[in-house]
Design a binder for this molecule. Structure first.
Ligand code: PRP
Ligand code: MG
Length: 212
């Protein structure tokens, strides 16, 4: 029997809520955090635990059929991938921030400056739209430390509670985009899997309605 393959964040902020929504849909999965793959007992579904940043490529390649992923990751790496449903959790912003002590008037202030980020495509596009060009320093984590160690003049990263910015003496100066977890669909999904997806979406929608 065909099973739909879903990618879920292996560890990190989306992991728990992603598994919870599947559970609330009445789907029971052996929770194998150490396993990279798990099968649902009562729904034709297989869960693949993957790294966030790898998920757009897995969708594109058709290695998985669907994924629960932050919209921010799709904007950065998978603007070609479609969204079937917004999921209402893991809300955050992708923002530019500068040291608190720096005077900031407008985006023009970032002209020629060094920006540390894990979201180079998102930042570049935003700056280009405003006619600003800056130097990108791509870092995969702990981005907020960059200005303090003299590596960058500004950063662009996810802001949720704002506490990481606060702890690093940074202030949010531009919100580039608002994001939440979404259900994304492979452009190569089969007809059979699409039917399973419809059933899953029906359950997800009623769970989301119940949460309101
Ligand atoms: C994420 C993100 C921000 C922070 C935002 O980092 O990169 O730094 O959370 O959340 P906040 O506004 O609630 O503080 P994470 O802690 O996941 O670590 P990483 O950057 O090293 O991946
Ligand atoms: Mg961080």
């Amino acid at each position: 029997m065909t099973k739909i393959r879903i990618a879920v964040q292996k560890s990190g902020r989306l992991n728990e809520d992603s598994l919870r929504i599947l559970k609330d849909c009445g789907i029971s999965i052996d929770n194998g955090k150490d396993q990279l793959k798990a099968t649902a007992r009562n729904f034709p579904l297989e869960v693949f635990y993957l790294r966030n940043g790898d998920i757009p490529q897995y969708l594109r390649d058709g290695v998985v059929d669907i994924a629960i992923i932050g919209e921010n990751v799709l904007v950065e790496k998978g603007s070609d991938i479609s969204i079937a449903q917004k999921l209402g959790f893991s809300r955050c912003r992708v923002s530019l921030a500068v040291p608190k002590s720096v005077k900031y008037n407008s985006i023009q202030d970032l002209q020629g400056k060094r920006i540390a980020t894990s979201y180079p495509n998102t930042v570049k596009k935003y700056l280009e739209e405003q006619g600003v060009s800056s130097e990108m320093h791509i870092i995969n984590g702990s981005v907020e430390i960059a200005p303090n160690i003299g590596l960058a003049d500004a950063i662009c990263d996810i802001v949720s509670s704002g506490s990481t910015l606060f702890k690093n003496n940074l202030k949010e100066v531009e919100v580039i985009l608002k994001s939440e977890a979404v259900l994304a669909v492979s452009p190569n999904i089969s007809e059979e899997c699409r039917e399973i997806l419809e059933k899953l979406l029906f359950r997800i929608k009623s769970v989301l309605q119940g949460r309101q």
